[in-house]
Design a protein around this ligand. Structure first.
Ligand code: BES
Ligand code: MN
Ligand code: MN
Length: 463
């Protein structure tokens, strides 16, 4: 049986198996779901074993486990390490989901006329990681696996991959490989394939502003005592100037400016700002002066408040001058900026702009470095050829705005480059209510992956 025939024959089962995994709420951020995260790891382990992987193991960490598996057909041949994550973001706000986040349903949409799977994790990243297991199953079953493969599917990506660095350090030999293949990013459109050639870094911080030592009557004290919510709002607002530049001193010092030629090239990528606005129901786009939307979401660093709270938010009105206000703030970083340095600059600046009337506490969360993946390598060439064969079109190199901090870490610890060959769409609502993943994308991914193995092995064994 040919690989295509195998995929055609087992299509329905692949989907059913994915839906079963999507029913397990593997929310890594919430300790209440610890056993569901573990259950998902077991599910992946079983699937890898059934597909034909060897030495499959659910490796415990101090957090959620990492699933490992491998198939070494000949140590002389190249080895691809597939990385993915089976944990998902919390699904809230729940009331904005049209169907349960862990009750997957298939629905047609304008962008996905063949149907899309609606469930948390369908695109990010259970659905995309699962494509790799099914592609591997097919290659083994049809005797067409051309090289060695190792799988490392983790359960803590959405909470900063805190234990993955140590795991890589401790398992250098087991993880030895020629490259890392990741499907956890997007393409421009289903008829416009692209390959992600860069990711932004991240610096995530929580701040707390304290005014008086207790909540006060806003009439008795209001006007004479600093309201921490008013102050915090003003402090956050001051982090951007009228051109939407970030005002933290030194913030841009290490930013690599991109040459005009490269900027011109990146702005050639298909992008329809009117459709973008309509899709998001916004009157206009907004961002750093002097840069296009494509640039603002890829080569420029940003600062966003992710959440803000304090005071009374219950039913009705309560006249209170609260004691505390808090916010979560993230900064997306670009190559050459370092997460630790930016966190420090933020902390210093934020403390310096606080008036004497309040106290400020700045607590750093996780961070990670940006990554750029070169295009003049056999890895990129193989991804290019694979996508071209599957989509019938040359893929476009695109720098992504999201972050996968382990990409920089893999290079540092394992000394290997990553290829980001993802199949989602930016409109798939990852991290949002009604996350979905196109059936077209799921099957196209399964079809493309073996092409990648083939081209990569050819290129590596030639040289
Ligand atoms: N898969 C995403 C990252 C992504 C999405 C990159 C789309 C490019 C295009 C990943 O799961 C993710 O959400 N990462 C987090 C960072 C992490 C440290 C929590 C992110 O980017 O917010
Ligand atoms: Mn992801
Ligand atoms: Mn994610």
């Amino acid at each position: 049986m040919s690989l295509n025939q195998y995929f055609e024959t087992h299509k329905e089962r692949f989907l059913d198996e994915l839906l079963e995994m999507l029913r397990i709420p593997s929310i890594s951020a919430d300790p209440a779901y610890k056993s569901d995260v573990a259950k998902t790891a077991e599910y992946i382990k079983e699937n890898l074993i059934t597909a034909g992987a060897e030495n499959v193991e659910v490796c415990p960490t101090n957090g959620h486990p990492i699933v490992y598996g491998e198939k070494i057909i000949n140590p002389e041949l190249p080895t691809i390490l597939v990385y993915g994550h089976y944990d998902v973001q919390p699904p809230d706000p729940l009331d904005l989901w049209e169907s349960g986040p862990f009750e997957p349903v298939i629905k047609k949409t304008e962008i996905h006329p063949d149907g899309a799977i609606f469930a948390r994790g369908s695109c990010d990243d259970k659905g995309q990681a699962f494509m790799h297991i099914k592609a591997f199953e097919g290659m083994l079953a049809t005797d067409s696996l051309p090289c060695n493969v190792k799988f490392m599917i983790e359960g803590e990506e959405e909470v900063g991959s805190v234990h993955l660095g140590q795991f890589c350090e401790d398992n250098k030999e087991r993880l030895a490989c020629d490259m890392i293949l990741v499907s956890d990013t997007s393409i421009i459109a289903n008829d416009t394939p692209s390959i992600t050639v860069g990711l932004r870094g991240l610096s995530y911080i929580e701040v707390e502003v304290t005014g008086p030592n207790r909540d006060l009557h806003s009439g008795v004290y209001g006007g004479a005592v600093a309201n921490p919510i008013n102050i915090l709002a003003k402090m956050i607002a001051s982090l951007h100037d009228e051109n939407n530049h970030i005002t933290i001193p030194g913030f841009y010092d290490d930013v690599l400016e991109i040459g005009s030629k490269e900027r011109e090239a990146m702005n050639q990528a298909p992008f329809d700002v009117e459709r973008y606005k309509k899709n998001l129901d916004i009157g206009n786009v907004h961002g750093e002066k002097g840069f296009t939307t494509i640039e603002r979401t890829s080569i420029r660093p940003t600062l966003d408040c992710n959440g803000i709270w304090g005071g009374y938010i219950g039913e009705g009105a309560k006249t209170v001058l609260p004691s505390k206000a808090s916010a979560k703030i993230s900064m997306r970083l670009v190559p050459n900026q370092t997460s630790d340095k930016i966190t420090e600059l933020f902390q210093k600046h934020f403390e310096s702009i606080a008036p004497e009337s309040v106290k400020v506490k700045v607590s750093p969360h996780h961070g990670g470095e940006a990554a750029v993946t070169p295009t003049d390598t056999s890895e990129y060439q193989a991804a290019f050829s694979a996508m071209k064969e599957a989509f019938g079109k040359d893929p476009i190199p695109v720098r992504g705005g999201g972050s996968i901090p382990i990409v920089a870490l893999f290079e540092k610890v394992l000394g290997v480059k990553t290829v980001l060959m993802g199949f989602g769409l930016n409109s798939d609502d990852i991290h949002s209510p009604n996350e979905h993943y196109g059936l077209f994308n799921f099957y196209k991914g399964i079809e493309t992956i073996p092409h990648f193995y083939k081209y990569y092995t050819e290129l590596k064994t030639q040289s």
